[in-house]
Design a protein around this ligand. Structure first.
Ligand code: RUQ
Ligand code: CUA
Ligand code: CA
Length: 644
């Protein structure tokens, strides 16, 4: 039984008290549970005397309230974790605007049920879905000239190793690609321009990291010899969604970031040990941030310096340390970074990559220009590309930027967001003892994973909002049983001190997201019937055709009528029903559900969708409109009759 105190219900429990009650136990449990205590060196938590006290920071939301009838100024495009979808929130309201099914089946829209969505998701020979689950962690958008162009979003599936694309004019998934020969496909990032062709100043590639080493090919060989397993870094074509190439690496990939000049992709590596068990993955003091030289990799492939794996035709180049000893010809550069780093993010001016320590209380700042110098043979060691490594707190994971030289890093173990200045961190690293990089801290509730700022991953970073995606919500919302909702906390970062604006909920379990200015997104509110090759274009086209056991039904919907009043078939027939919505009014969607046949999908104005199934139950089954459309919505129904 949950025990809500009066104060909690009244929502005036002193901020710090309630928080600390839960925080103490969770932090300790996280540490002990993961066996991480030994991995963490001591960190002075309040070096500047700026240790966070949430009560001081709480400003309240009134200034940012989106009043009834008013619209948000930003979209947030969010991952959904093992729910498998992508989500859209309004910022600053935190209101859910849409849930886009991607790797999951969604009966509301009919994703995974209609023939069109099944074709995108991928089917087995018998027409059933190949996969019904997925795990989305990262969402990134396509770029032109260093900022979002509003064309595409991509997200990863860590579970079944697929990359999905969402077309932003409709906010629907239009392509899914299998990434061959990888497991634990985690970080993704689109490139921002071509490394060579200056005219291509927009996204043409999407890079994909993979966390888990596996046998190559994974056909039963080497199952008991993990030393033979390895990971691949993958490049997918942004338009065709075909896999362009892969790179064999030492260790693993986790998250991915790309440079603004189009020349580099970076990925943090927490398992340079290539360990198969936890203790081995934490055995060395420094792992790495690996940089891929895109121009050289593509030149090597052109020159035929690649191999293939199993039946896969994708060219693979060798990016292992041994094969890349000479910086002047190296395809990759491994920059040493303290213990099991998590997250890699580039500053909006393109100058620095920040890789967080996770098991080290530090963030490592790597200068882009120095990585280029290493590739030119002008830097002594890879480590010389590091220009700062400030101590910022315990369990640093992801870093966002405000475009004013400041970084905001999530501290999982400290349950805080820390604001620090990059230039001051560099000065401190150079030996300036008076430099104090940490500027502010704010408590969040609780244990943040991802943090992201408004336009923070573009050169138009505006320093307005930061969202803390917390992994534990504990006492922040009304209890709903053992599975807690997640807390997303919106923070005002426009001033010197961070101010908590509000909490909003997120159904488990989002990871990364981006916050995009509303004016950059242009959606199409009503579809074009001509975009649907199987459209039933006129009312006189309503008909049923039979070829042997195959029955094809073509029909229209227009409120409050379906174009047919009954469909009569024989037991065992293979039935395909195609429905075109002839309504033109924005928002006038119809649904199509068949009683006891497990079929349910929607058709938005001017759209066409179809389903195929076997008429395997005799009798009368009502077909009805499942989406409220008209005063006579309930009367919008017809009969499906299956004769013995
Ligand atoms: S990773 S917090 Cu994909 Cu940090 Cu989840
Ligand atoms: Cu058509 Cu409800
Ligand atoms: Ca490690």
């Amino acid at each position: 039984m949950s025990d809500l105190s009066k104060e909690q219900v009244n929502n005036d429990l002193p901020e710090d008290e309630g928080r600390r009650k839960f925080f103490g136990t969770t932090a300790a449990a996280s540490l002990a549970g993961a066996g991480l205590v030994m991995g963490l060196s001591a960190c002075k938590q309040s070096e500047n005397g700026v240790a966070g006290k949430a009560a001081d920071h709480l400003e309240g939301s009134s200034k940012f309230e989106v009043q009834p009838g008013k619209l948000d100024s930003y979209y947030s495009f969010s991952s959904a974790g093992h729910n498998g979808e992508m989500r859209i929130y309004g910022i600053p309201s935190g209101r859910t605007l849409k849930r886009i099914p991607v790797f999951n089946v969604d009966p509301m829209v009919g994703w995974g049920i209609t023939n069109e969505s099944k074709a995108i998701m991928g089917t087995n020979a018998d027409g059933s879905l190949k996969y019904m689950t997925g795990d989305t962690h990262h969402v990134h958008g396509s770029y032109t000239d260093g900022t979002y162009n509003g064309k595409y979003l991509w997200t990863n599936d860590k579970l079944n190793n697929r990359l999905a694309r969402i077309r932003m004019d409709r906010m629907e998934c239009d392509a899914i690609t299998d990434i061959p020969n990888v497991q634990g496909f985690h970080g993704i990032f689109p490139d921002k321009r071509d490394p060579v062709d200056a005219n291509v100043n927009f996204t043409t590639r999407v890079f994909c990291g993979s966390e888990f080493a596996s046998p190559k090919p994974n056909d039963g060989r080497d199952t008991s010899d993990p030393t033979k397993w390895f990971s691949l870094f993958t490049c997918v074509d942004a338009e065709s969604m075909e896999v362009r190439w892969q790179v064999r690496i030492n260790g693993n990939n986790d998250l991915v970031a790309t440079s603004y000049d189009g020349k580099l992709a970076a990925s943090n590596q927490y398992n340079t040990e290539n360990g198969a068990v936890l203790a081995d993955m934490m055995s060395v003091e420094r792992d790495a941030c690996v940089f891929f030289n895109i121009e050289r990799i593509e030149a090597a492939i052109k020159a035929g310096k690649s191999f293939t794996i199993g039946n896969t035709k994708v060219p693979v180049v060798d990016g292992t340390i041994d094969a890349n000893k000479d910086p002047k010809t190296a395809l990759v550069c491994y920059v040493p970074v303290p213990k099991n780093p998590h997250g890699v993010n580039i500053s909006p001016d393109g100058k620095y990559f920040v890789c967080s320590g996770k098991l080290s209380p530090t963030a490592t700042v790597i200068e882009t220009e120095l990585v280029h110098k290493w590739f030119a043979g002008e830097l002594k060691t890879e480590r010389d590309a590091v220009v700062a490594e400030p101590e910022i707190g315990l369990g640093p994971l992801h870093t966002a930027f405000d475009g004013k030289g400041n970084a905001y890093t999530t501290l999982f173990l400290d349950s805080q967001i820390v604001k620090w200045n990059v230039d001051k961190a560099i000065a401190q690293f150079k030996g300036d003892k008076s430099a104090q990089p940490v500027l502010d801290r704010i408590d969040v509730h609780y244990q943040p994973g991802h943090g992201y700022s408004s336009m923070g991953e573009t050169k138009e970073a505006d320093g307005k909002f930061f969202n803390s995606g917390n992994k534990f919500s504990k006492d922040r919302f009304l209890p709903v049983g053992p599975l807690h909702v997640e807390t997303e906390q919106l923070i005002d970062i426009s001033g010197e001190k961070m101010q908590l604006i509000h909490d909003h909920t997120a159904y488990p379990e989002p990871h990364d997201a981006i916050i995009v200015r509303a004016d950059l997104v242009k959606t199409k509110q009503v579809s074009d019937m001509n975009d649907y090759p199987n459209a039933v274009k006129s009312m006189s086209d309503n008909r049923i055709e039979r070829k042997g056991k195959k029955v094809m039904v073509y029909m229209t919907s227009q409120a409050p009528n379906f174009g047919l009043s009954e469909i009569k078939v024989k037991h065992g027939d293979d039935v395909t029903i195609t429905v075109t919505n002839h309504d033109k009014v924005e928002d006038l969607t119809h649904g199509f559900g068949i009683e006891n046949y497990n079929i349910n999908f929607i058709v938005n104005p001017q759209e066409t969708h179809s389903v195929s199934f076997k008429a395997n139950k005799v009798g009368v089954y009502w077909i009805y409109c499942t989406h409220f459309c008209h005063a006579l919505h309930l009367e919008m129904r017809m009969r499906f009759i299956v004769e013995a």
